[in-house]
Write a protein that binds this ligand. Sequence first.
Ligand code: ZN
Length: 325
Amino acid sequence: MDPRRLHRESIVFDAHCDTLQEVLAEKRRLGERSEEGHLDLPRLHEGGVTAQIFALFVSPNHFPTGAARQALRLLDVFYQALEENADQLTLATKASEIERAKAEGSVAGILSLEGAEALEGDLGVLRAFYKLGVRNIGLTWNLRNAAADGVDEMRSSSGLTNFGVQLVREMNRLGILVDISHLSPTGVHDVLHVSEAPVIASHSNAYPLCPHRRNLTDEQLEGVASKGGVVGVTFVPNFVTEGGDQATLKKALDQIDYMVKTMGIDHVGLGSDFDGFFHSKVQGLEDVTRLPGLTAGLVERDYGEEDVKKILGGNFLRVFKEVVG
Ligand SMILES: [Zn+2]
């Protein structure tokens, strides 16, 4: 099996990047190839990516007021890029649009809120963001918000608030993916209990291989798998290996191996977090154009063709189809 051909034929689904912030800050344009950061449309094309989740991340300097505005500004940046690059980028709000993008050689952009701050505690705002195309929401970033606690709330970490429970239920009803990356341990437990739909962790690794608070324990990995969900292996160097110094493609493949062993082949995907980290890199995965090397690594480790396709994007597409439609 030729790994290059296999990569080209596969639906490659990356569940998290922070590139819109770079575009909003006018450091880069989505349609122009850059040597800076990790991805843009030309590099997504070269890396063979079919579907890319773009996070609308609202940093804490926009709390407690102004969070919705900041998310809307990021959304505006995405819609402007869509207009400017209509031949290369499409908005995907359902699974068939991802499949169509694959057929047409375009990148399917999927919109995600990273943190519920932008909802400002209001389910009506959630429904409006749904109408604007948002199909995935990470309930928290690292801090506490109206829905739940994030992983940094170590002093008195708790789980979903009453609003958080209502939010998960309304996301289930609308067809928005519930994303547990960044959530506190109790929050993860609560979401697995409350959500009626499969849940995802868009960008998290395995804690036993790299004990960082952002990574997931065996129990959490198994919990996501038992609900039919998917965990996206992330390339943040210090989530790949402790301290991040020795982060290499091989170590990222070790993370995939471990998750497949723990959760099963149907529950592992990719969630790079490209453009969400700046000062270090995973050797061999320096930017999105290196993704075909990951496929080659999987083939070398004796994953069969169907299994490689599941990891590259088949699993995330399955969950997207099931939850979003
Ligand atoms: Zn993140």
